[in-house]
Design a protein around this ligand. Structure first.
Ligand code: C6P
Length: 409
């Protein structure tokens, strides 16, 4: 696989870090951006920047076209039936909050239940705590099988006639396992609940078809998908979005405003208050072009090759503890979460950084999952399409120095 050449598309990967080649293994946090994405942002600001939807002049029309064409590109990318079902947000967090504040606070009633999994990122957990508390509802959890996959029994028993909302992650940012979200969606629908899928860790790594998944809402961030920070997406079924109140209120989301009252614009404008991130949308569209040209088959093959290369080497090191790496379901993505025995993850990360290796260390914004795993924190290496076996070699070589740097060996 000649993925080494693709590194040349990514200006930042040419950098040295602490005098060493940069080994960037924090793609779960954010991905690097290809030249074409950087160019598209500069092209927008240098070529046709204006406030979209507002100006009756050519430049504003061009900016509107950039923004709306990006919406159609996202629609096709995730196979949404209609472009007005694509709402641009700041990131996945804002998209999930939109559903919680707008759908949750409106339709959840006292005594109802909201079901999420213990593997949720705080962005798909804290908003549901808020809804449950505000509405007198109960928040219930789907726990995990010993291999880290969602418990089939919990999916069957926790989602009941009382459930109004089920919210699950497509891929956990800690365990890196693809959840069978179709199964969760079917169960939710069988009891009349809606299902929200957090796609922040899936959409850059596998082909996503929201109609095949069948979910009612699907949220993701552009920046984990080769795009700039500050642009995210909420897909929602039109019939649900139509009956939801606006999340934020202000410019560009109204139909008519009087002194005391307002009627709202049609979708998607109803949910896009204020001046939008057109440069971000341009970058997201360019990123989707890059990915579609690259293909998800190749991305999945690269990540699998790297995981299969790294795991046996890690298993040989008696002081390495692995999390989410025992699945036999062929559903592992390029995320490897681990600890070095007796060394705090922050120390591991700092020692690796000195050797040019960037990983994430901490609770990964998933504290209930950390507690469930019996850990305060872990280390995480996460791969993407530009990573190579050389990156894995440098990471593991650096890992082997950790305990001696800490004077444990
Ligand atoms: N996870 C990570 O290093 P934002 O911050 O809105 O772009 O994405 C939030 C989010 C939601 N769901 C999942 C599953 C995620 O992994 C994230 C972001 C980063 O794992 C930053 S904590």
């Amino acid at each position: 696989m000649a993925n080494k050449d693709f590194r040349l598309d990514f200006p930042l990967l040419q950098r040295k870090m602490n005098g060493k080649p940069l080994t960037y293994l924090d793609n779960g946090a954010t991905t690097q951006k290809p030249e074409s994405v950087v160019r598209s942002i500069c092209g927008y600001y240098g070529g046709c920047n204006a406030n979209p939807h507002r100006g009756a002049y050519e430049l504003s029309v061009e900016a509107t076209d950039v923004y709306e064409n990006a919406r159609v590109k996202v629609q096709h990318f995730i196979h949404a039936p209609k472009s007005n079902e694509i709402i641009f947000t700041k990131n996945a967090t804002e998209a999930l909050n939109l559903v919680a504040y707008s759908y949750g606070l409106t339709f959840v009633q006292p005594g109802d239940e909201i079901v999420i999994s213990i593997a949720e990122h705080h962005s798909n957990l804290v908003p549901w705590q808020m809804v449950a508390k505000a509405k007198g509802a109960t928040l219930k959890y789907i726990y995990l099988e010993p291999d880290g996959n969602l418990s089939d029994e919990d999916i069957e028993t926790k989602i009941t006639e009382k459930t109004k909302i089920v919210a699950v992650t497509h891929v956990s940012n800690v365990l890196g396992l693809v959840n069978n979200v179709r199964k969760v969606v079917d169960k939710a629908h069988s009891v009349g609940a809606i299902c929200v899928v957090d796609g922040a860790q899936s959409v850059a790594h596998m082909a996503v078809d929201v109609q095949q998944i069948g979910c009612d809402f699907f949220a993701f961030s552009g920046h984990k998908l080769l795009s700039p920070m500050g642009i995210g997406v909420l897909y929602g079924k039109e019939e649900l979005l139509d009956k939801m109140p606006p999340f934020l209120r202000g410019g560009d989301m109204i139909e008519y405003v009087t002194e005391q009252d307002t009627t709202f614009a049609e979708l998607p404008q109803k949910f896009e208050a204020g001046t939008q991130n057109v440069g971000g949308a341009a970058g997201l569209a360019a990123a989707i072009d890059y990915l579609e040209n690259f293909t998800f088959e190749r991305i999945e093959a690269i990540e699998k090759e790297l995981v299969d290369y790294a795991l046996p080497q890690l298993r040989e090191l008696p002081y390495i503890e692995l999390y989410g790496c025992d699945t036999t379901r062929n559903n592992k993505t390029g995320i490897i979460t681990f600890n070095v025995k007796d060394v705090h993850p922050h120390d591991v990360s700092t020692i690796l950084d000195a050797q040019g290796v960037a990983i994430r260390a901490g609770h990964h914004c998933a504290q209930p999952l950390m507690k469930y795993l019996g850990q305060n924190a872990t280390c995480r290496a996460s791969f993407y399409l530009y990573n190579t076996k050389d990156d894995v070699d440098r990471w593991i070589a650096a890992l082997k120095t950790v305990r001696s740097v800490m004077r444990l060996d």
